[in-house]
Design a binder for this molecule. Sequence first.
Ligand code: ZN
Length: 69
Amino acid sequence: MSLVTTPTSQLATCAQCSGTRVTHITMTLTDGSVVDFASCHSCEHKTWTESGHGLAVTDVLRKATKTKV
Ligand SMILES: [Zn+2]
């Protein structure tokens, strides 16, 4: 068993290219949803996550705009 202690416990890794140059932001949308946004500097891959579930960009936009139907 090899246990490597990383200095940053929440080191984000890109799902696309496994790169570590990832900007990770947690934000609250207008409908109250707390979502995580990760953007990779290596391959431009962007990921939206809410409570561990992946979100489509359209879902995020809908939550952010909160339009009444
Ligand atoms: Zn990447």
